[in-house]
Write a protein that binds this ligand. Structure first.
Ligand code: COA
Length: 299
């Protein structure tokens, strides 16, 4: 068994689960060209291992990969990470060589959501979600290029709500999805109060966003949050197949189609702002501060 510390610097190899990185784009490229595909097993990713920022961004060939890399904190997202992701989405959109944005977590954990430490101990007056979060959400909602995500393990809070803005989501059977906003004395974010009822219907949206019910991979797929469930051994190759298909499509037509399917961007952005106002107010409440402190001060 590997330690979390070791995992924090590494990607996961689904074939042997050893401490290696996978060069997704090499696989994609060969796949797109129809040449012999290199095995995914033990291919090295030549990105810089920028583990201290908590997010590793790789732009190579056609994919901008945004990989959570703070495994020792279950990929809880800090402000620095939001900023890195906002920048990656904007730069990926502007880079002509990029055709797809790809979100990845780590082996056995996608993301534990917002770093709860950022929600306590600050002067919270008006701070709310913070500008970094809002920048990330704006970049996510206005992205021109397709967004794919591969989930393995828990996707909590914004780890789930960000998926509502992705175009194709793959998940392993052990993945689960949960948004314990209300239990933390908080309210939904990321435009989820608008997008989730459209995606799942109001009742199922309520069970997820208000009741905090945990959805397994199957339930998430039935609800429409997940496109495909693939076991841990095959999630990477399945993800690369999806990315390769998208990368080969006529990009302008794909981008316009994505925008049409997503609906009115201005409406979603406006809901994000509205939610952020409520979030700020609730975050400063005693009930929220007490609930968040309980988690942060666990023995
Ligand atoms: N913010 C800050 N730190 C977090 C975190 C979060 N959202 N989620 C996990 N961590 C930290 C833990 O405090 C712990 O740190 P420590 O080792 O310094 O004590 C470390 O990550 C490992 O977490 P742990 O809870 O021990 O792992 P687990 O495998 O038992 O459980 C989760 C994983 C994701 C189910 C659990 O950590 C969890 O429920 N996290 C909170 C999720 C949440 O409420 N997010 C906010 C939504 S708005």
């Amino acid at each position: 068994m590997r330690s979390n510390k070791a995992l924090s610097k590494l990607n996961w190899c689904t074939e042997c689960q050893e401490e290696v990185s996978i060069q997704f784009t090499l696989y994609l490229y060969s796949s797109a060209l129809g040449v012999t595909q290199p095995t995914l097993h033990h291919l090295r990713m030549n990105d810089s291992d920028d583990s201290h920022s908590g997010v590793v961004v790789t732009i190579e060939n056609a994919i901008s990969t945004i990989r959570f890399n703070r495994i020792e904190k279950k990929n809880a997202i800090t402000r620095e990470m939001y900023l890195a992701m906002a920048t990656a989405l904007s730069e990926g959109d502007q880079n002509d060589s990029v055709r797809v944005h790809l979100f990845l977590g780590g082996y056995g954990v996608f993301s534990a959501g917002n770093d709860l430490g950022d929600f306590i101990g600050h002067d919270l007056t008006g701070a709310g979600l913070g500008n970094e979060v809002l920048s990330f959400l704006r970049a996510l909602v206005t992205a021109e290029k397709s967004i794919v995500a591969a989930v393995d393990g828990p996707a909590i809070g914004i780890g789930t709500t960000l998926l509502m803005h992705c175009d194709y989501v793959l998940a392993t059977p052990r993945s689960y999805f949960q948004t314990p906003f209300v239990d933390l004395g908080l309210v939904p974010e990321a435009g989820s109060s608008l997008v989730a009822p459209r995606l799942f219907g109001p009742q199922r949206a309520f069970s997820l966003l208000a009741m905090g019910q945990r959805w397994g991979a199957e339930e998430a797929m039935n609800a429409g949050l997940v496109n495909k469930i693939v076991d841990e051994q095959n999630i990477q190759s399945a993800t690369l197949e999806v990315v390769a298909i998208l990368a080969q499509k006529p990009q302008q037509a794909l981008s316009t189609t994505r925008r049409l399917l997503r609906g009115d961007t201005a409406e979603i952005l406006s809901r994000i702002e509205e939610e952020a106002g409520h979030f700020s107010r609730h975050l400063a409440s005693e009930e929220a501060q007490a609930a968040i402190s309980v988690f942060m001060n666990r023995g």
